[in-house]
Design a protein. Structure first.
Length: 192
């Protein structure tokens, strides 16, 4: 089982307080709302520190993002690197919140997916309007459309990865060393 619904995730956390809840969203998204006790380790940091995470983490790991897509990418990377006891919250924080599960709320921020829709939509709209005066501008809209199609087919998003690097999405920052240390603490409790 690689994906579980919100009710099963709540049961897993309640039955096993040592389960490692790892939120792979940006620090800004995490600040907005997160599960109590979750470790924030954005997807780009999972990729950058993959071997350290696999070596240090032990026990069951529950991965969370906004909708489940980034968490699934992290699960695949961790699984390919040898970490097998990893599950993804199907539907991510969207399903967690929709189920009425408790969250720690902070300053409201836009999710990465919402930011991508805003930027892509704004570029397409601007290009469409600009094409009234400069017809070649329509190619910009086509380029964005092709990029979104590629993103859907490959379940990746170059625009989202670029937006994740903006200061807005790094607000508060993530202490990667502290996050990995918490993963190690979880593994030592699981082995006790």
């Amino acid at each position: 089982m690689s994906r579980i619904d919100a009710a099963s995730a709540r049961s897993l956390i309640a039955a096993n307080p040592d389960v490692l809840v790892v939120d792979v969203r940006t620090s800004a998204e995490f600040e907005s709302a997160h599960i109590d006790g979750a470790i924030n380790l954005p997807l780009d940091q999972v990729d950058a520190h993959l071997q350290r995470i696999v070596t240090g983490a032990g026990g069951r790991m529950l991965l969370i993002c906004q909708s489940g897509n980034r968490a699934e990418r992290a699960r695949t990377a961790l699984g390919d690197a040898g970490l097998s006891d990893v599950v993804v919250l199907d539907g991510g924080m969207n399903s967690w919140i929709a189920s009425g599960a408790p969250v720690n709320r902070g300053r409201a921020r836009w999710s990465l997916e919402r930011q991508v829709r805003l930027v892509a939509g704004s570029i397409v709209l601007t290009a469409a309007v600009a094409s009234l005066w400069a017809p070649p501008a329509v190619f910009v809209a086509g380029f964005v459309g092709a990029g979104l199609t590629f993103a859907a087919l490959t379940d990746t998003c170059a625009m989202g990865m670029m937006l994740a690097k903006l200061p807005y999405n790094r607000a508060g920052g993530v202490d990667v060393e502290a996050a990995i240390a918490r993963l190690r603490q979880g593994s030592s409790r699981a082995g006790a």
